[in-house]
Design a protein around this ligand. Structure first.
Ligand SMILES: C[S@@+](CC[C@H](N)C(=O)[O-])C[C@H]1O[C@@H](n2cnc3c(N)ncnc32)[C@H](O)[C@@H]1O
Length: 231
């Protein structure tokens, strides 16, 4: 079995085979779905107005849309699941939905992202700005620009989600003592939220380069939060 509160550089399908049935109270996952930055490997245009080429994220070419076997294993190892991008997969996951409204204004990007949630049959919504410098002010005022670019979360991944989105999910869907699984960690936003809110977690990331960036981001955040707690 894997040690809790760690991120492993491993294919999640291989890793899940070593996890007992229903070991995790909640899985919050975000598998690849081949769209937007997943395919392009960068945000926005590849050449900006100053004719400078944007950073191309070193994302593996062979990201795979999760197989039926992936979903079977996910449902085996976890009691409840939140699955981002559920609208892209053929696997039927029930009616509950969580919508992340990105408050994108006139942007040509998707206005929302959609997750399956096993814990209700309703559709719930979280509003949080994420485009460019316009990140949300707080979990409760996510529709308001926080106004200070230096406070923006640094992006290390082409499909990075905000830590505050994961915090909102944990606040609303996890109970004290729950163990949380993320099978497709990417930037480690989910794990940072777990650590910050005192939840045990386990994370898997297959791509070596992304794993290195994620583990550094996670370590930095954990150290910073520990210092903050001591102070
Ligand atoms: C959509 S991104 C996740 C983004 C993440 N939610 C975030 O906030 O940064 C999917 C990630 O899954 C990783 N991945 C793809 N296939 C995988 C697999 N079989 N096992 C583990 N990780 C995988 C990719 O390298 C990528 O970083």
């Amino acid at each position: 079995m894997y040690e809790l509160n760690k991120l492993y550089n491993v294919d999640c399908l291989v890793a899940m085979k070593r996890i007992p049935d229903k070991y995790f109270e909640l899985a919050i996952v975000d598998p690849p779905y081949f769209d937007g930055p997943n395919k392009r490997r960068f945000y926005g245009r590849d050449i900006n107005k100053l004719n400078i080429k944007r950073k191309i994220y070193n994302v593996i070419e062979d990201w795979e849309v999760p197989s039926e076997e992936y979903f079977r294993e996910l449902l085996r190892v976890s009691k409840n699941q939140i699955v981002w991008g559920c609208n892209y997969y053929d696997y039927y996951l029930g009616p509950g939905r969580i919508i992340w409204d990105k408050v994108n204004g006139q942007s040509s990007y998707s206005d929302c992202e959609i997750a399956y949630c096993s814990m209700h049959k309703k559709t719930k919504m979280f509003r949080y700005m994420w485009n460019g410098m316009m990140q949300g002010k707080s979990i409760n005022e996510g529709h308001l620009m926080q106004g200070d670019k230096s406070k923006n979360e640094i992006r290390i991944h082409p499909t990075q989600k905000p830590v505050n989105l994961y915090k909102w999910l944990l606040l609303n869907y996890a109970k004290k003592g729950d163990k949380i699984l993320d099978t497709h960690v990417g930037s480690a936003s989910s794990l940072i939220a777990c650590y910050d809110m005192g939840f045990d977690f386990l994370g898997f990331e297959k791509d070596k380069e992304i794993y290195k960036l994620a583990i550094k981001r996670l370590d930095d955040a954990m150290n910073q939060l520990s210092i903050f707690n001591i102070i």
